[in-house]
Every structure is written in structure tokens, then in C-alpha cells.
Design a protein around this ligand. Structure first.
Ligand SMILES: [Zn+2]
Length: 331
């Protein structure tokens, strides 16, 4: 289990610790940032072509710097899943994130839904993004988050590609019903994908709660903006009280920028994107005051590279392989 409800002869699957000294890190919630600009989101993709990205006034640098300043106030370290396009255009921003003690990870290059790509297209996009981020910062990255949570039943093949390209963990599978993403029925706790060639990949689902059998999103982004803060706080407490749960929260730099230019789009997209932009920074402050957050890197520190770590998620891994087998025939 990823929390310390293990017995004394077992090691924690994540930190590898046997004695409980890292129990605090194992329980602390994860804070993550998907570093992209306001015009690069899926909701406006039909209105903003990728060819036109260079013509839009960018705000990702200033907004990310504001998040970095905000996190510094509480000494919070987070994982920043950076879009490859952003890393190539703003390498100094990528360096700044790393120099300020945060973890860098990958959010694809072109922010295209994985289930719309071929295996070859996905691999090329992922390698380009990983290279751009790693070259900007001079470090190796380990984590991946798909644009729009787009690793679904149609694209579980992407997990093999990620493992083959050297990624160690993924945080892309949202176990909810949604019109553009989600894998209903997927595990709501961290687990291990057992992949071809004896490869494996850790999976960290975004935070959810189950109420009367319905899985509800908690994790951040639009849900942090749209739902009352009391709901977010209640859901985090509820997750922490449940065995094996790991709270994973996410935000976007554009979500604290009420002054961003408005884009014409479908009403639903505009509601999702623009609601409560003016109050999100305040909500984020309250969230950072509520708990001490950490990055995936901090959670994984202390033994995750040890392949002999006693992963106790075999049963769940088999279930995941079952899902992969179901979808494999469609590729
Ligand atoms: Zn994104």
C-alpha cells in the first residue's frame, strides 16, 4: 500500500521504507501544476489552431511565476507537468521551476488528446516534449500527465510507450465519467501497471471521492474553481481517512489569471474555463494553508528506484491489465 498501513516486515511500495520513518511523506497530499497557456486548452482547440499559438499573447510565464511565488510563501514543493511547446519557447521558465526546488515532468508537446493519436504520433510527441524539458533544465524527468486526462480505455496502449521511453510514473487516468476523458471503474488509489517486456509504470489517479457509489472529482482545476471550498476540504479529509488513498491535486497557471484575453468558444467551454478565475488564487491559498503538500518526487524519494520494493498492488495491476486487454484490440 502506498500509505503506511503495512505490517512491519513489508516496505512501502512508494518510498521503500520499512520502518515508518517516511510515513509523513507518504500521507501528504500531492500538488501538481499543468503548465500550459490559456489558449492551449482542449475546450478551445476548435477555435485556436496549434499553428496560431505563436500569434497569441502569452501569459504562461507570468502566471507560473505567480504560482511559484505563492508556493514559496508556504515552502510548498510541487510537480510541474510542462507542455513541450512551453519548454521550447520559455526554457528560462523551465530552469526557474527546477531551480526553485520543484519537480519537472511532461504534459505532452502539442496538448492533443492521446486517444486521437496513433502510437507513432504519441511516441513522437512525447519524445519531443521530454527532450525539450530535459534540455531546458539539464535534468532527467520521470513523470507524465496526458493532456485533458486523455489516457482512457481507448488509449491504454500509451502506458507501454511511456514505460519504453523511460517514464517511471503516470498521472493521467481519471476514474470518473466525463464527456472528453475518464476511465470509469479504474482504481482510485495509486497502483502499478504491469506492462509488456516486464516493464512497469506507477499510476497516480487524481483525487476523487465515492459517494453512494458515484465517483466524484475533487482534484483541482475546474472542480476546485466551481465547487465550494468546503467540499474540497471535506473530500480531502475523507480521502485521508480511507486506506490507500493518495490525494493528488492539480492547477493550471491560467486559473489564477482573471485578466486573460477571452476566447470565443462554445458556452460549455467558456463556463468551464472562465468561472471563478478571480477567486481561484484565494482558494489555492486556503488549500495550501489546509495541508502541507508535496511533489511526486518527494513522495517517491527514498527507495522508489529500488526495483526490489515490495509492491503490494498485484491484484489491482491484474485488473488494470484486464482493462488494457479489453482496449488493446481496438488499436
Ligand atoms: Zn493540459
Amino acid at each position: 500500500m502506498f500509505t503506511k498501513q503495512i505490517n512491519s516486515n513489508q516496505s512501502c511500495a512508494v518510498c521503500g521504507d520499512k520502518g515508518g520513518t517516511n510515513a509523513d511523506a507518504c500521507r501528504r497530499p500531492i500538488l501538481s501544476v499543468d503548465v500550459e497557456d490559456y489558449f492551449q486548452v482542449e475546450g478551445f482547440a476548435d477555435y485556436v489552431s496549434r499553428e496560431s499559438w505563436n500569434e497569441w499573447p502569452t501569459r504562461v510565464e507570468r502566471n507560473t511565476e505567480r504560482l511559484l511565488d505563492l508556493f514559496d510563501e508556504s515552502g510548498t514543493k510541487a510537480t510541474f507537468f510542462v507542455l513541450g511547446w512551453v519548454a521550447a519557447k520559455f526554457p528560462n521558465l523551465v530552469r526557474s521551476i527546477a531551480q526553485r526546488g520543484h519537480e519537472l515532468a511532461c504534459h505532452s508537446y502539442w496538448h492533443r488528446c492521446v486517444y486521437r493519436l496513433t502510437v507513432a504520433e504519441f511516441r513522437e510527441d512525447t519524445v519531443c516534449a521530454k527532450t525539450a524539458i530535459e534540455q531546458a533544465a539539464g535534468i532527467r524527468i520521470r513523470g507524465y500527465r496526458a493532456p485533458s486526462w486523455s489516457i482512457t480505455a481507448k488509449s491504454l496502449w500509451a502506458l507501454d510507450v511511456l514505460a519504453e521511453e523511460g517514464f517511471e510514473y503516470d498521472s493521467s487516468i481519471y476514474p470518473i465519467h466525463h464527456d472528453i476523458y475518464g476511465l470509469p471503474g479504474a482504481l482510485r488509489i495509486p497502483y502499478v501497471h504491469r506492462l509488456t517486456g516486464d516493464r512497469q509504470l506507477l499510476e497516480f489517479p487524481p483525487a476523487t471521492v465515492s459517494v453512494a457509489g458515484v465517483v466524484l472529482p475533487v482534484a483541482g482545476g475546474g472542480y476546485l474553481r466551481l465547487f465550494p471550498f468546503a467540499y474540497t476540504a471535506w473530500a480531502i479529509s475523507r480521502m485521508e481517512a480511507a486506506a490507500g488513498q493518495q490525494v493528488v491535486v492539480y492547477v493550471h497557471p491560467w486559473e489564477i489569471d482573471p485578466e486573460q484575453p477571452r476566447i470565443a468558444g462554445r458556452l460549455r467551454s467558456k463556463i468551464r474555463h472562465y468561472t471563478n478565475l478571480g477567486s481561484t488564487e484565494q482558494k489555492l491559498r486556503k488549500l495550501l494553508a489546509l495541508r502541507r503538500f508535496q511533489s511526486f518526487e518527494q513522495l517517491l524519494a527514498g527507495g522508489a528506484q529500488d526495483n526490489s520494493a515490495d509492491y503490494s498492488f498485484q491484484r489491482q495491476a491484474i485488473e488494470t491489465q484486464g482493462l488494457a486487454a479489453q482496449s488493446g484490440s481496438s488499436q
